[in-house]
Design a protein around this ligand. Structure first.
Ligand code: NIG
Ligand code: FE
Length: 410
């Protein structure tokens, strides 16, 4: 018989879906039934039947239950670290200056090319376990530190193996157009990416491009996306991060699932994203870590009805963090959005950015039972007491993630 777990005495149960947007729905004093790894029903506490009617009853003791966090933009498979660069930036050298001098992403490319698949796998697995211990239950992972066929494939294979080993949803994205490998010319490298796109079918779910001054142009984005679309890939893009190029407008018009970063996006871009149903993936950790002062027009996005998502961007150059709780905290306080809006963006919004909002992210009946029991009964504590880890227990498809206090990941 299929087992039914009953999580009872839930102080606050948080759900999020299209109708709760841009906020969450809060239900109090209730119970959550999980059958076969999926959300079965939400009951009022008074409707809970005697314990022998369930396979197991878990007393949540008045704490809050929130959907598992969805980290919809990461570069968590990489070799090496970039602490020297962080020190350079503090003395005034910009992220793009470092990149254009052959450092930055290129340093990680060198280290990732040198690393064996086994090393990349072990390191990335530790990182993911750490992320899960901090409440993340679904991931997106990009390639982009190979810029050649062999290494890009190696990175995506690692992602695929991680999906199998950790039994969590992992969306894989081919980010060949992340930087221009020296000594190639931009146009020559874009040709290379276009020619090789078909080889990533079956390995990657989506295609991404870094559209930025002195990196890839809007015209490159159009070429890559048109080809990727024909091949059936989902589209997502790094756009308007350090300057305005107009990539988000173009990406939205081509039907991108998400536009990511968006610090320099304009009202016209936001309108295009709304018209196309493109999700805005915001990563306040990047602004914080790179010392940026420009923030996205988050309230214009909300007013326009664009779905917001949050992600870590976990990578060694612009945001070395594993922690979606930190991102939720930063988003609420930097963008002046409510705790519910930040939480909805980190769950439902992020799942929608991956095209999986029907499957997970909302803690709705029928969805995967991926959720966190917090140490507190009030979800607003996530954006109030900062620097805490509020995760008491994490469940993936109704199973408790073991060793929650798990590996450092460093
Ligand atoms: O999302 N902007 C481009 N790519 C990443 C950073 C990658 C890196 O610096 O290693 C980002 O910020
Ligand atoms: Fe990124």
């Amino acid at each position: 018989m299929t087992e039914t777990l009953c999580f009872r005495n839930i102080g606050e149960l948080i759900q999020a879906d299209a109708t709760s947007q841009p906020d969450v729905r809060v239900r109090t004093n209730c119970a959550l039934l999980v059958t076969g790894g999926r959300v079965d029903k939400i009951l009022r506490e008074s409707e809970v039947k005697p314990a022998n009617r369930y396979t197991r009853v878990i007393d949540v003791k008045g704490r809050a239950v929130v959907p598992g966090f969805v980290d919809c933009h990461t570069h968590l498979v990489y070799g090496g670290e970039r602490k020297d660069e962080m020190v350079d930036r503090v003395s005034g050298v910009s992220y793009l200056e470092i990149l254009n001098k052959g450092g930055g992403i290129h340093d990680t490319v060198k280290a990732t090319r040198q690393a064996t698949e086994a090393t990349l796998y072990d390191q990335a697995k530790r990182r993911m376990k750490r992320m899960m211990a901090l409440g993340t239950t679904a991931f997106e992972i990009k390639s982009g530190y190979g810029l050649d066929l062999e290494t890009e494939t190696k990175m995506l294979k690692v992602g695929k193996r991680l999906r199998q080993a950790l039994k969590v949803p992992v969306t894989l994205t081919y980010l060949g157009a992340h930087a221009i490998p020296r000594p190639m010319k931009r146009t020559q490298y874009v040709e290379f990416v276009l020619e090789n796109l078909p080889k990533f079918r079956g390995l990657a779910d989506g295609v991404d491009i870094f559209c930025e001054k002195n990196v890839f142009t809007v015209a490159d984005l159009r070429l890559v996306f048109l080809q990727a679309k024909l091949l059936g890939f989902d589209l997502r893009a790094h756009v308007e991060e350090l300057s305005h190029q107009g990539g988000s407008y173009e990406a939205a018009r081509l039907g991108a699932l998400s536009c990511d970063h968006l610090e320099y996006a304009t009202p016209k871009d936001i309108q295009a994203m709304h018209a196309a149903g493109t999700v805005a993936v915001l990563m306040p950790g990047v602004t914080l870590f790179l010392g940026g002062t420009k923030q996205p027009l988050v309230h214009s996005m909300l007013d326009a009805g664009v779905t917001l998502a949050l992600a870590t961007d976990c990578n060694p150059g612009s945001c070395p963090t594993y922690n979606m709780q930190t991102v939720i905290y930063l988003a609420a306080n930097m963008y002046r959005i409510t705790p519910g809006q930040a939480l909805a963006a980190a769950t439902y919004g992020a799942a929608k950015a991956l095209g999986h909002h029907r499957e997970y992210g909302g803690l709705l009946p029928g969805q995967r039972a991926d959720f966190n029991i917090l140490k507190t009964g009030d979800h607003r504590d996530l954006v109030y007491y900062f620097g805490e880890n509020f995760i008491d227990q994490t469940f993936v498809a109704g199973r408790r993630v073991k060793g929650g206090k798990d590996p450092a990941g460093f």
